[in-house]
Design a protein around this ligand. Sequence first.
Ligand SMILES: [Zn+2]
Length: 428
Amino acid sequence: MFAYIKGNFITNRKKGGEEMNYLSGNLELMHELNTKQILRVIRQFNPISRSEIVEKTNLTAATVSRIVSKLIEFNLVTETGYGESSGGRKPILLELNPGAVLTVGIDLEIDEIKGLIIDLNGRVLLEDNLSIKGEREQDHIINRVIEIIKKLLSKKDYRSRVTGIGIGMHGLVDYARGISIFPPAFGWRDIPVADMIKKEFDLPVIIENNVRALTLAENWFGMAKDLNNFICLKVGSGIGSGIFTDGKLYRGASNSAGEIGHTMVDEDGPLCSCGNYGCLESMASIPAIVKRTVKALKQGADSKINSMVNNLKEINEETVFLAAKQGDQLAGQVLQDTGRYLGIGIANLINILNPEVVIIGGDIVLAGDIILESMRSTVHNRALSYPAEHVKIINSRMGKEGVAIGAAALILESVFNIGHNINVDIGL
Ligand SMILES: [Zn+2]
């Protein structure tokens, strides 16, 4: 029955208030929306009784009872015990069965493909990766993605429970049409990645920008679990942000929302890959950290890094992070400056979007607290005091699997969330 949510119903939103009339005209669709609503409430308040579901959804007891029976029949929900009685019989508690719906998540990185299968709790059941170092040609890379998915689906009895495949990749992605519009490192233009992969598997495929996928992972399983307003900043070879506002990912009019990496921090700063000068990415990305360190050493700065490497070419971010942790002044200064630049970008985001939490993800997390503290004090000094007092700035704990887990959560988002325009059939 989930087949009713197909591409076009979202376009009916244009008519604004007419949306509900359109929906209520379709009983089966209403039924499905009710199912999604119930599934969502069970997930959020796990374990929960039928009468609590009635309270939280405003659906009738009969509707809740009918849909819950169906969810139990299809093993999506199980009765796990009894709750506290409020006078009468003790209520039966319902829980999601985490293994009932599995999803595949792919992180298509520039040099590597990570693939995994997760359950409804975000537990990684299976994981694999493939190197694509130096490979750029689209058909070749897509074939490698297909190869890793085939490998994941060939294991154990997972295949029958996998409901879809999510893919996170860099660059501009048209999520609704499944197209990679422009991933700069690959140099592709308008590649229908979702369709190319869908052909190989009888499963829905959703693609999304990697930073947005990571943001979704934080909302489903990470530091922003069930928060409605937060920002996730990914700082690695580039810098991007995922904006989660009013309970939804914000994509913008043409899918480019969140490009904080290309906002200016210093007019006189270095040239950026986008052609401008002094973008946040050119000042605070991992390559920028390494570049600034090497430049200072070339200019004769005193640092223990000189004794940690044979020549300046060996210096990478790990060298700088390690030296800073050991109290090296130069490395510490480079990281503090990086935190200050990031803090300026974050202060701007906070003033505009007023998030509850800002989560820092990507390889920058490995630098530890030096950057985080410098970021926090810059935000404290620069952002408007009211939103700054109410925001927490924290490091992600998702680890290297974050994007792949978020990609898998794209499919869960379709199963659980109303107003989603990509169909995922969970067999009810
Ligand atoms: Zn730029």
